[in-house]
Design a protein around this ligand. Structure first.
Ligand SMILES: Nc1ncnc2c1ncn2[C@@H]1O[C@H](COP(=O)(O)OP(=O)(O)OP(=O)(O)O)[C@@H](O)[C@H]1O
Length: 333
């Protein structure tokens, strides 16, 4: 594991995701797991924090003009450094409780394709939020460890980490990456595509949280099998009348959108496989592909990747927590 050389033994691990932030403390495990967003008051550099995490999530799409929802990350990387610092400070205060720590050394997950500027921005946010030395670790690597893959064997293992903002494909052998690819789409992109479909087909506007709920309802209906109802209710505003309303959306209509979304992931998986050395390919043929990240819970993700590659596809146990679990295991390394 040559890429992991911390200067001080880290006390905490942070999975700073586009949708969720998870903090783990050595010896205590998961101590913080909340949405990655803040609600700020004021504009143009004169802002103050009103709420963060779960409390701020309840305010999404419901803010008056003087309040704004700020998202630290977009498509897996930092887009709002002030929001990132606030989110980190909030999570640290909640995670460390009354215990007074010296600035804790930390490991933070970051997309494998993050640019140098994106990595520096994360280090700056960490330092300004009160962290000690920060080690950045790529999320697919952490996800592979968290999914139970023994990454340091001389054998190829493929992971597809399906996050909210980014989807990363990576092959590991002997503790290092042997191939990778990514596409900056994820569960958030799928939510927007579902909302756009409802807009176009029904002339009906739904908010961000309703789109997320529509996706979760769609997933549970698909898991329930053919006996499940073929329509889903969704609430929002009718564009024809301007009135609030609840309408029914056909499941098969949503299937088309999900299939289109997953096809983009399949393309990256196939591209990475096409560039892989034959012996590693053989290993992946034998072991299959491991799906991690919250987006892996979309049943069509597993089915369409399996169809598109002809390989066995396995969804990790609690896939959304794989990066966090992988980072946590490195706290004890
Ligand atoms: N049951 C489910 N079915 C479908 N999608 C789900 C389910 N549960 C969570 N998700 C989706 O998983 C995504 C969150 O996953 P995760 O926490 O792994 O992402 P993240 O780490 O915040 O994102 P990223 O790694 O891209 O920065 C969200 O888009 C959420 O809608």
């Amino acid at each position: 594991m040559s890429s992991f050389l911390p200067r001080r033994r880290p006390e905490i691990a942070i999975d700073f995701g586009t949708a969720n932030m998870r903090v783990l403390r050595r010896g205590d495990g998961l101590v913080f797991d909340e949405p990655s967003l803040c609600c700020v008051r004021g504009r143009h550099g004169m802002t103050s924090l009103l709420a963060a995490g779960s409390e701020a999530y309840a305010m999404v799409d419901r803010t008056p003009a003087n309040l704004r929802i700020a998202r630290p990350l977009c498509r897996g990387v930092l887009q709002d450094i002030d929001a990132a610092k606030r989110m980190l400070r909030y999570a640290l205060a909640k995670s460390t409780g009354r215990r007074r720590w010296r600035a804790p050394a930390a490991i933070i997950g970051i997309p494998a394709d993050a640019t140098q500027a994106e990595r520096s921005a994360m280090l700056t946010a960490g330092r300004d939020a009160g962290l000690g030395p920060v080690t950045l670790l790529t999320e697919p690597f952490a996800a592979a460890i968290g999914a139970g893959i023994v990454v340091d064997r001389p054998s190829g293992a493929m992971v597809v980490e399906c996050g909210a903002g980014t989807t990363e494909v990576a092959i590991f052998s002997l503790g290092g990456p042997c191939g990778s690819g990514s596409v900056r789409i994820g569960g958030d992109t799928l939510n927007r595509a579902l909302a756009d479909r409802v807009h176009l087909r029904h002339k009906f506007l739904i908010g961000e949280r309703s789109a997320e709920q529509l996706k979760l309802d769609y997933v549970s209906q698909r898991e329930a099998g053919p006996a499940a109802p073929s329509d889903l209710p969704v609430s929002g505003r009718c564009l024809r009348t301007g009135m609030p309303k609840t309408i029914s959306v056909a499941m098969h209509d949503l299937d088309l959108i999900v299939e289109k979304h997953v096809a983009q992931v399949v393309k990256v998986v196939r591209d990475v496989l096409a560039r892989t050395a034959p012996d590693l390919s053989q290993d992946i043929h034998d072991a299959g592909i491991m799906l991690t990240g919250g987006g892996a819970l979309v049943p069509l993700m597993r089915d369409i990747i399996a169809q598109g590659t002809g390989l066995k596809v396995v969804v990790a146990d609690k896939p959304a927590h794989c990066v966090a679990r992988g980072l946590e295991s490195l706290l004890d390394a």
